[in-house]
Design a protein around this ligand. Structure first.
Ligand code: BES
Ligand code: MN
Ligand code: ZN
Length: 490
């Protein structure tokens, strides 16, 4: 989708569709006010007669309003002024995008960003409008041709703003590309998106930027580094596991990087601790953490942020097989710590522990892993927030703040040592499961044992990276949170 700026007054913009916003029981403002004046009060009359619904997220399409150059006007209801906030704004933009998609509009001029709302500055409003518009015009076509009656997505959008807001548009392009990459990877089936596929995607990104380097470790290289926990998870699959390492240089070499580590289980059958059949197909999105760190990394490279970033993806497929690892196995991780496997379905922490130990060599300014780690996280926070765990209050605060700014929210869970006792094993330094209570926290506690001395945070995106229900599919999250975090570091 092509996005541009155009500061022509709303009533005079020559476009297939002009998108404006109106609040309930409030005076028209900005572009809506201009359109109303140009049409001699026609818009206000339609609102007064309830022909235009001003309720939050409601859409009304008007044709041929006198005095207005646009062919059509899409009026988006913003609801009550005092309830309006960043989350509501985002959803208005997404609804507008979806409406345009459903009504075969392929180019539009967007004025929602000129809405005045407290706390939401114009840079932010423009950026989020463009990001959400692009987000709602993503269409999965990799393994399914669009049907004849599927409308074409929006091709071009201009936004009501002057050139001074180009930087906001630059950011929007970064977020949009990151979300798209992440969503596509999440949606692709596991017979296509396997560890080698993640490698090829990373190589493609590395090929696009002179200041991105890539190195990929296969089974042999990982064996030489004694990454036995990661290798154990992959040993039941014919698809070789990979450790994918991308480095982005946005600053001088001496500046410590932000290191993003992603869980890239391209299919999680549970292994010998096999998952139940129903919904097992959903475990193709068990590489959602990897997809989001790849997406945020790409966003960063596209924006050429002045920050150093390393992206580490632990890619493997968890399958049952004669060669598969078993419950009862004791693994010696790269760190030297031993792990008793009680459940082969708690595989994410096993690939991550070696990837986190490997990441120490980068001397990270912040070390952040992102993973669809626990079903318990879906139960705790649902689809609305990713779980954030860290012993570093400042890092946790920065991540939560970034999530708020990008409307891709996270919420903190504790990592108190009190929970560590649940990981006690008779036969190893720890076991890989902590039992029923606080499943997301004990998974975090497990990882904490491999990040001692690091400024580390863990993000569990099991509930946020995938949307269940009618329009099921990958959301790309938490690309927004991570990308904003990188912007804030720069
Ligand atoms: N990938 C799953 C977690 C998951 C479940 C993500 C549902 C998204 C939706 C993870 O590998 C897993 O199976 N975790 C187990 C851990 C348990 C065996 C301690 C779980 O949550 O049940
Ligand atoms: Mn699992
Ligand atoms: Zn998993």
């Amino acid at each position: 989708m092509k996005i541009t700026l155009d500061s022509t007054p709303a009533n005079a913009v020559d476009t297939a569709c002009l998108v404006i916003g109106v609040f309930s029981k409030a005076a028209l403002q900005g572009s809506a006010d201009l359109v109303n004046q140009a049409s001699n009060g026609a818009l206000q009359k339609l609102i007064d007669s309830s022909d235009v619904d001003t309720s939050w997220k409601c859409a009304t399409l008007l044709h041929g309003l006198p005095g207005v150059a646009a062919e059509r006007i899409l009026v988006m209801g913003c609801g009550e002024t005092d309830k309006f906030d960043a989350v509501r704004y985002d959803l208005v933009c997404k609804s507008a995008g979806k409406f345009l998609r459903d009504h075969a509009v392929t180019s539009a001029h967007f004025c929602l960003n000129d809405i005045q709302a407290s706390d939401l500055n114009e840079h932010w409003r423009l950026r989020q409008a463009a990001v959400n518009l692009d987000w709602s015009n993503y269409l999965y076509t990799a393994t399914k041709a669009p049907k004849d009656d599927d409308h074409e997505p929006l091709k071009a959008a201009s936004f009501s703003a002057g050139d001074e807001l180009q930087p906001a548009l630059e950011q929007a392009r970064g977020f949009a590309a990151g979300y798209r990459r992440s969503r596509e990877l999440g949606n692709l089936p596991p017979n296509i998106c396997n560890p080698a596929y993640l490698e090829s995607e990373a190589r493609e990104i590395a090929g696009l930027y002179a200041n991105v380097d890539i190195e990929v470790l296969g089974q042999e290289e990982m064996a030489a580094l004694k990454m036995s926990a990661l290798l154990a998870v992959g040993q039941g699959s014919v698809n070789e596991p990979k450790l994918i390492v991308m480095k982005y240089r946005g600053k001088d070499d001496t500046s410590p990087p932000v290191v993003l580590v992603g869980k890239g289980i391209t299919f999680d059958s549970g292994g010998l601790s096999l998952k139940p059949g129903p919904n097992m197909e959903q475990m193709k999105f068990d590489m959602g953490g990897a997809a989001s760190v790849i997406g945020a990394f790409e966003a960063c490279a596209l924006m050429q942020l002045p920050v150093n970033v390393v992206c580490v993806v632990a890619a493997a497929e968890n399958m049952p097989d004669g060669k598969a690892y078993r419950p009862g196995d004791v693994l010696t991780s790269m760190s030297g710590k031993t792990i008793e496997v009680l459940n082969t379905d708690a595989e994410g922490r096993l690939v991550l522990c070696d990837a986190l130990t490997y990441s120490e060599q980068f001397n990270p300014a912040a070390l952040i892993d992102v993973a669809t780690l626990t079903g318990a996280c879906v139960i705790a926070l649902g689809n609305h927030a990713s779980a954030i765990m860290s012993k570093h209050d400042d890092l946790a605060d920065e991540l939560i703040e970034a999530g708020q700014q990008a409307v891709d929210r996270g919420w903190r869970l504790p990592l108190w040592d009190d929970y560590q006792a649940q990981l006690k094993s008779l036969f190893a330094d720890m076991k890989n499961v902590g039992g029923m209570p606080a499943g997301s926290v004990t998974a975090g506690c497990f990882l904490s044992r491999f990040t001692e001395g690091q400024r580390w945070a863990h993000i569990d995106c099991a509930g946020t990276t995938w949307k269940w229900g009618g329009d099921e599919g990958s959301t790309g999250r938490p690309v927004g949170l991570l990308t904003q975090f990188l912007i804030n570091q720069a």
